[in-house]
Design a protein around this ligand. Structure first.
Ligand code: ADP
Ligand code: MG
Length: 480
């Protein structure tokens, strides 16, 4: 039996406002417990929430970026449940009238094609506090610093068909919210979290299978692993004659298994109702247009521009636009290299620089080689001052801080490419004189030896001879 996988994601992006969504308390991360929560966040009697305009602006930015319908008149609702980290006894969220309605976003697949993923909605809500189970012996502490922090919950359509697609979509949203500067994207600190809904169905079947929800997994890698292991579990279960039950499951990364947390029957009945303390949010068209005008160039638009204006492949363009910083770096290198060769810039950044950054565990923002330095290096390759091979040496020297720029490293290390034909001919004569036996074999028809001679000449020049000239001159000399 062939199975088809169906996945929909619910992503919580913490909005990068300075203060909470309904109070003036700060949202700064990492402060002493319970120092960033005011009476509103604590749910004291008699206090009233006041909506943070910045949170609304950020939600609208997101909505515009995914071509969504914005709700003219959205409404906050109370989602009631009891938990120690929720002193009010309800979370303010949105249910029937979320601020952002239907939209879409395209992702790139491995085969180089694009796929459009539907976005069902995105709504504003407040975060809860945090229970601290490890800090007190036999007791649990409650830190309410996070209570009232603004979240945008982004719900996708069940449009993804593999764990890979789900991660590609999640990365796309992650990059988008950072481009928009509405979320810092920090997954360790919980600013960007994802619940994955997973089901399987026999290939060709119209109806969806029963889904499970995998909660709060905090890295891209673990989302992929958790979904894959859950797919395997569901298929095995059904093939053994069982049925999947709708439930919430937790991923245990240490053992690479998912475990049942609560079933649908045990799920809360949240008794949603419109929050009487908050007015509906009415979006004026002028405000929306003002925000639209303030949007930066978005990742997919940037990607498409790199493809159409610079003839980059869709793959290269999407790698380079995967983060705003990387895209900015690429454009700065291009300028610093006199806009000569976008493909060359892309190659050096994607293979050489990204490889080195990965190995060192660094982010593009921490690169030891500035865009100006890399651009300067590329200029010297293009004008034939250095060969590609020497360029890699200079790259390493720049990386290690052995010089301020390419020219001073060329100077200090004497790496200038030899393009003087007479000098190259001298080298060739010497190589031929030292390798008479090989010369005879070559002239007797063993043409594979040509590479050997090239290698010897390049070696003798310490890699500095211009390879094209070596080839040409050598051919003539060997022919006799
Ligand atoms: P709930 O209201 O219980 O949260 P929703 O209908 O809002 O459920 O769906 C939540 C998420 O689950 C959405 O991202 C949606 O795409 C996804 N989803 C719904 N049905 C399925 C299914 N059968 N398989 C996989 N994902 C699904
Ligand atoms: Mg939901």
């Amino acid at each position: 039996m062939e199975w088809e996988v169906v996945i929909g994601l619910e992503i919580h992006a913490q909005l990068a406002t300075k203060s909470k969504i309904f109070s003036g308390a700060p949202t700064a991360y990492g402060a002493e417990p319970n120092t960033q929560a005011c009476v509103v966040d604590l749910g004291f009697p008699g206090v009233l929430p006041v909506l943070n305009k910045e949170a609304v602006t950020m939600a609208i930015k997101f909505g515009l970026a995914v071509d969504a319908e914005l709700t003219q008149r959205s409404v906050f609702a109370r989602k009631n449940y009891f938990y120690p980290d929720l002193p009010k006894g309800y979370q303010i969220s949105q249910l029937d009238l979320p601020i952002v309605g239907k939209g879409h976003l395209s992702i790139e697949l491995d085969d180089g094609s694009e796929k459009v993923i539907g976005i069902t909605r995105a709504h504003l809500e407040e975060d809860a506090g945090k229970s601290m189970h490890g800090d007190f012996h036999g007791q649990t502490g409650v830190d309410l610093n996070r209570a009232g922090t603004p979240l945008l919950e982004i719900v996708s359509e069940p449009d993804m068909r593999s764990a890979k697609e789900a991660v590609a979509y999640m990365k796309k949203i992650h990059s988008l919210v950072q481009y928009l500067e509405i979320c810092d994207g920090n997954m360790q600190e919980g600013s960007f979290r994802c619940d994955s809904n997973v089901s399987v169905r026999p290939k060709g079947q119209k109806e969806y299978g029963t889904r499970t929800e995998l909660k709060n997994i905090n890295s891209f890698r673990n989302v992929e692993r958790a979904i894959n292991i859950e797919i395997e579990r569901q298929i095995e279960l059904i093939e053994d004659g069982g049925t999947v039950v709708q439930e919430t499951r937790l991923y245990d990364a240490d053992n690479n298994v998912t475990r049942s947390m609560r079933s649908k029957e045990e799920a809360n009945d949240y008794r949603y109702f419109p929050d009487p303390d908050l007015l509906p949010v009415v979006l004026e068209p002028e405000l929306i247009e003002e925000i639209r005008a303030s949007l930066p160039e978005l990742p997919n638009a940037k990607r498409d521009r790199f493809v159409s204006d610079m003839s980059l492949s869709l793959y290269d363009a999407s790698v380079l636009t995967s983060s705003r910083e990387l895209a900015n770096y690429f454009e700065a290198v291009l300028v610093a290299s006199n806009n000569q060769d976008p493909k060359q810039c892309a190659n050096w950044i994607i293979t050489q620089l990204s490889g080195a950054l990965n190995k060192a565990g660094l982010d593009i923002t921490e690169t030891p080689i500035s865009a100006e330095q890399l651009g300067g290096l590329l200029v010297r390759i293009s004008d034939n001052t250095i060969s590609g091979k020497i360029a890699k040496q200079i790259f390493d020297a720049l990386w290690n801080g052995e010089g301020d720029d390419t020219d001073s490293i060329i100077e200090a290390k004497g790496l200038k490419q030899v393009t003087d034909s007479a000098a190259i001919e001298t080298l060739i004569d010497e190589v031929i004189a030292n390798n008479q036996a090989q010369l005879e074999q070559y002239r007797a028809g063993k043409e594979q030896l040509f590479g050997f001679f090239v290698g010897q000449v390049m070696k003798m020049s310490k890699g500095k001879a211009n390879p094209a000239q070596v080839n040409e001159l050598l051919k003539a000399k060997l022919a006799g």
